[in-house]
Design a protein around this ligand. Sequence first.
Ligand code: ATP
Length: 265
Amino acid sequence: MCRSFTTTTTCTSGYGPANVGGVYRDAPALELKGLTKRYDDGTLAVENFDLTVPDGAFFGLLGPNGAGKTTLISAICNLIRITSGEALVFGEPARSLIARSWVGLAEQEINLDRFLSVRETLLYHGGYFGMERAEAEARADEMIDVFDLGSKRDTRAPKLSGGQRRRLLLARALMHRPRLVILDEPTAGVDFELRMELWRYIRRLHSEGTTILLTTHYLEEAEELCEEIALIRGGRLIARDSAGGLREHYGAASLADVYVKAMAG
Ligand code: ATP
């Protein structure tokens, strides 16, 4: 089973670019202003999207397939060129090096390098973010311990179970101690036990001050974990509130009812 996080596991103070003398302390974790993305084939995935996520929030993005969630995440992580508008991470342009170092992404697809072992995956990631070798090694060992991957440290990705790959994805996303962790459907297709385990990791991370942006198709997961939820349809924001606030606004008994009403509207 998972080990508990220590304060140093995710603490953003006293380490690397996250600690910049408190200059960015008041900036929201995320600000999207009029964000529009039209892909090269003409698909308008996101249109004039405004969203602010406060520092330290646990925030959910909900919407049906094709709503634009992954496009938003890709814009925040500088993986795509936005068509117009602005994306700021802790007050800095998402494309800047410092903003990129503040974000940790666990993608929907399990995109692990098949030729790297668990430990090498983490070290490689640390190197990409400029960690010194000794520091990266210590952090990798810590992550391996936290995510209970000790018996697989020298095993390559294809020989890991699905659950172990999910855990490694999360460990990799946290390796460089990001201030904002983006989880794109982290529990898609995992069994009940691993889901509970991942929830524990994520909750602990949040309790230690990390901002979490979560996308999920499991409404009970959003209801259980997220302080605030944004509902997205057709690349537009249609509602944003706590689960309770959304239930009240839509006169719905559950978040599932909210979702059905909001998406039908
Ligand atoms: P899902 O829940 O299925 O992951 P999503 O909400 O993440 O969906 P996106 O992947 O952002 O949705 O897709 C939004 C729209 O943009 C869809 O119409 C999709 O087909 C389109 N799209 C995504 N990537 C590209 C691309 N590279 N080129 C063209 N269209 C794209």
